[in-house]
Design a protein around this ligand. Structure first.
Ligand code: NAD
Length: 479
């Protein structure tokens, strides 16, 4: 057991804050450690700090929490830095999306083929991507040996950009591979008897190996499709792993897309809401339709309000289910929120996020299997070395040990999906690293929604003219 310092940047994150606090407090191997919560939003920071300090006390865990709005303070002596910050927040994403829609780009210009996740902006997200690089550069000066656990999106573009601008040790994290568990559950299998692998890029992973007790698991998927797919209905907008879109992608590519890969398809399923509903299910049309994304925003708001309520009522016991029932609307608590509360109120259940078990593996040699985003080193022979790939790996004190990818991905996945997706990452990085606005325009000219050169120029100019995009404007006016 070795105490370490872990900095959480963007600690007020609705998605991650309490999950990370949950896992930290329940990981005995990190006892004695210092957790530095950093966020520029003081209200959110204070709320999370309040809950973290009460939670650790209730659990009787040995952990210290500090809070700061200063990045430099948080990074001092850090061993691990978890970046969950979203510069500009969801409100910026919606603002840029609205401008895109005004100019004829349904769901905004950052929604692109093979990258349709609604908070995964790669073109108009200069402030966010610059923050990634600034953070890495600051780490080089303040905590050069620390690991950067990159969680904020876009993870694929972000980790590649960081790698090209800095020598800091960076690993990208996502929870998309749990889509495999969803398949296993739907098939009624025991996950312990399943041998599986997923590989690709972040939000672009494919089930290259799937066997059950040594038998071909894909036969079981085929049987499920034949017998059950016609009755499929999504429980939430994110319940897409066995959607018609996923099955259609499987038919085309010959492998199952896993997790958010299903959302990252081509326009075939996404031209408009009606089509989204057909392929991603009624009533939402998937997570990235206007209806599905609204649903997600409401869930995030509910989490933020719960954090506010709990943090301003110090008498409430965080480990008691009653505390949450007092706040949540009677009879209509969403299932996935109930599940989160069940984990949070238990004495030992972990959230399923990989960050804290990863740190435990590195610090305490508590070896575990993870699916992580790291530079390719021959793991995917069809992809150039150095490009960040998402692969299964055993992690221990000596670092990551990537599994042999067996069988390798088929040519169709590589040529029709991974290489085009990699090129889109390269284009976005080429634009940002050279401050080249014409590349942004050119990317839009290759977009099925663009009708004219003027349309592409006008939408880029209007996004650049937003007050918060002054740094982006300056950056892109150099060339
Ligand atoms: P959020 O807006 O609720 O949280 C982001 C936090 O970052 C806020 O508290 C905000 O105040 C803070 N922040 C903004 N600018 C900052 C700065 N300069 N320095 C420090 N903190 C700053 O967003 P969210 O919905 O929780 O999402 C957070 C990020 O995680 C997003 O990028 C999202 O796309 C990503 N995400 C990743 C995964 C994954 O598995 N990798 C899953 C879901 C979401």
């Amino acid at each position: 057991m070795a105490p370490v310092k872990i900095s959480i940047i963007g600690a007020g994150s609705a998605v991650f804050s309490m999950r990370l606090v949950n896992d930290l407090c329940k990981t005995s191997g990190l006892a004695g450690s210092l957790v530095s919560l950093m966020d520029i939003d003081e209200k959110r920071l204070n709320a999370v700090h309040n809950l973290a300090t009460r939670y650790v006390k209730e659990l009787g865990a040995d952990l210290r929490f500090e809070k700061t709005t200063q990045l430099e303070v948080s990074l001092r002596d850090a061993d691990f830095v978890i970046n969950t910050a979203m510069v500009g927040g969801h409100s910026y994403l919606e603002k840029a999306r609205r401008i895109g829609e005004k100019h004829g780009y349904y769901r905004g210009i950052d929604t692109q083929e093979l990258n349709m996740v609604s908070d995964y902006y790669t073109l108009s997200n200069f402030n966010q991507l610059k923050f990634f690089v600034d953070l890495a550069k600051l780490m080089e000066n303040i905590c050069p040996n620390a690991w950067l656990l990159q969680t904020a999106n876009p993870v694929f573009e972000g980790t590649n950009l960081i790698k090209r601008c800095s020598d800091i040790k960076v690993v990208g994290f996502c929870h998309g591979h749990y889509g495999v568990h969803e398949i296993v559950e739907a098939l009624g299998l025991d996950i312990k008897r399943v041998d599986w692998q997923v590989v690709g890029f972040n939000h672009a992973i494919w089930l290259n190996r799937f066997s059950y007790d040594g038998e071909n698991g894909y036969d079981l998927i085929d049987k499920w499709i034949e017998e059950n797919s016609k009755d499929w209905k999504p429980k939430t907008p994110f319940d897409l792993q066995l959607s018609p879109a996923a099955i259609d992608m499987y038919r085309f590519y010959g492998l199952m897309p896993i997790g958010d890969t299903v959302r990252n398809s081509t326009w075939k399923y996404n031209y408009d809401l009606q089509l989204k509903k057909k392929w991603y299910g009624e009533p939402w049309g998937g997570a990235d339709s206007e209806i599905g994304w609204q649903w997600y925003q409401e869930r995030l708001k509910m989490i933020t309000e719960a954090i506010d309520y709990l943090s301003s009522n110090n008498a409430l016991k965080l480990l008691s289910l009653e505390s949450y029932l007092k706040f949540l609307p009677k009879g209509s608590v969403p299932e996935e929120l109930k599940e989160e509360i069940k984990i949070f109120t238990s004495k030992d259940a972990l959230s399923g996020e990989q960050h804290i078990p990863f740190i435990d593996a590195v610090v305490n040699n508590n070896a575990q299997r993870f699916v992580i985003n790291i530079p390719n080193k021959g793991y995917l022979s069809q992809i150039p070395d150095g490009v960040v790939v998402e692969v299964p790996a055993l992690v221990n004190k000596s670092g990551w040990h990537v599994e042999k990818i067996d069988p390798p991905l088929n040519e169709k996945v590589v040529k029709m999906y991974l290489i085009p997706r990699m090129l889109r990452m390269e284009w976005a990085l080429e634009a940002i690293m050279n401050g080249d606005k014409e590349i942004l325009v050119e990317i839009l000219l290759r977009d099925v929604r663009t009708q004219s050169y003027e349309q592409a120029v006008e939408v880029i100019e209007e996004i650049l003219s937003l007050p918060e995009n002054e740094p982006m404007r300056n950056h892109y006016s150099k060339k």
